[in-house]
Design a protein around this ligand. Sequence first.
Ligand code: XMP
Length: 511
Amino acid sequence: TVLVVDFGAQYAQLIARRVREAHVYSEIVPSSMPAEEMLAKEPAAIILSGGPSSVYAEGAPQVDPALFAAGVPVLGICYGFQAMAKALGGTVAKTGLSEYGGTELDVLCASKLLDGLPEHQSVWMSHGDSVTEAPAGFEVVARTGGAPVAAFENLESRLAGVQYHPEVAHTPHGQAVIRHFLHDIAGIKPNWTNSAIIDEQVAAIKAQVGDKRVLCALSGGVDSSVAAALVHRAVGDQLTCVFVDHGLLRAGEAEQVEKDYAQLTGIDVRTVDASEQFLTALKGVTDPEEKRKIIGREFIRTFEAAARGLAEEQGVDFLVQGTLYPDVVESGGGTGTANIKSHHNVGGLPDDLQFALVEPLRTLFKDEVRAIGLELGLPEAMIWRHPFPGPGLGIRIVGEVTKERLDLLKAADAIARAELTAAGLDRSVWQFPVVLLADVRSVGVQGDGRTYGHPVVLRPVSSEDAMTADWSRLPYELLAKISTRITNEVADVNRVVLDVTSKPPGTIEWE
Ligand code: XMP
């Protein structure tokens, strides 16, 4: 394990991902963790992340010199680099030469850290203070205009550091620096591969579950699908999946999910068609939060009934959750406590239905989940499915949800999706909600007559994590085609509009 010590910037997760991309397992720990505790984890190396403080600021997180005395390889990045320099007797000073953004780096001599990289290269900087003197025993291997010591290494004690951010995409040779540190300086074998991840998780699931029975709620999304496939690989038909069809999925999706599972993995999937029940419960409701609550409640009721039935039929001891590593990190986790997400998973199950949780994705990032999903033989379409909200089309009809309106929205949405796919642009957008303004009418003209129909909103967005987003600049030709087809083919829709709002201030969904 490589420990990534988080000094409070947003970069620690990115560093941990880059380490995994170099095929080495990584974990994030807070900088408040005592050095002994870090060393007790017997890390193969430690990486100190960037952070917002100045090393001389009062209360700035420090690095315990004991960390460097233990013989563990350490890489310091940005703030971690300065903290390392200071702890080992170097000098960090306010030079008045801050650098932010793309900066020219000059390589000064041959080194392991920058081996084979161009003598002049662009790196991403974000610092006010600078290391002005490296600690004894360190060789200064690169500098920039504002940082006389921009990178150093001490091969004997396997310590190195860089002032810039090798983990960001704006540093083109950054991944090479991370690789060089891990493989060449620290001497770690790159053995964290997809098949190793699968083997490890399969062994862990087998050990946890034994010959007991496992239940999984499928959503058709990538996380629950990969989690189910892993558990199935581990314990075969001890796994039963329940797929609640709430009728708010997009056209053909429920059938697709069933078909994919049946054909590809031989997993036992029980589909519960609850669409009537959901429609009845949503009758007359227009408030978005109330819709969410109702859909969540009905989901739990339906799943619970299915779970109870199965428990009576064959007993159920474990429940699969598709929790990912970022959720674990963000909830301050790692403690092993259950972290059940909101209603669209299975939070809120009653106390008398007691399951232990199986969380085979708990240590993984989304890109790793996708990669092992493909390796497990899940279809590309499932692996690259756009995120879709638990309440589904229920929160994409502005106004009351009725059968007729759902059919209308499904038809418009299917056209938008098909055309996006045909244009080869599926992966260029994060999500592409299509929204029906069911309570709005607008005047149009079609054929020889006046129409009085509903507008549909196209909301294609680009995003990294759904926290912020921008509207996607889809080609006009594509938008024109979608608009023409929707107004021609979907009765009662006579207008198509494009949402050009970023998030913030807009959210991705309209409700
Ligand atoms: P917003 O609309 O808040 O959406 O920008 C951010 C992301 O979350 C999804 N979303 C939901 N997912 N239950 C879910 O499971 C919900 O109630 C819900 N609301 C929004 C949305 O699709 C986007 O990916």
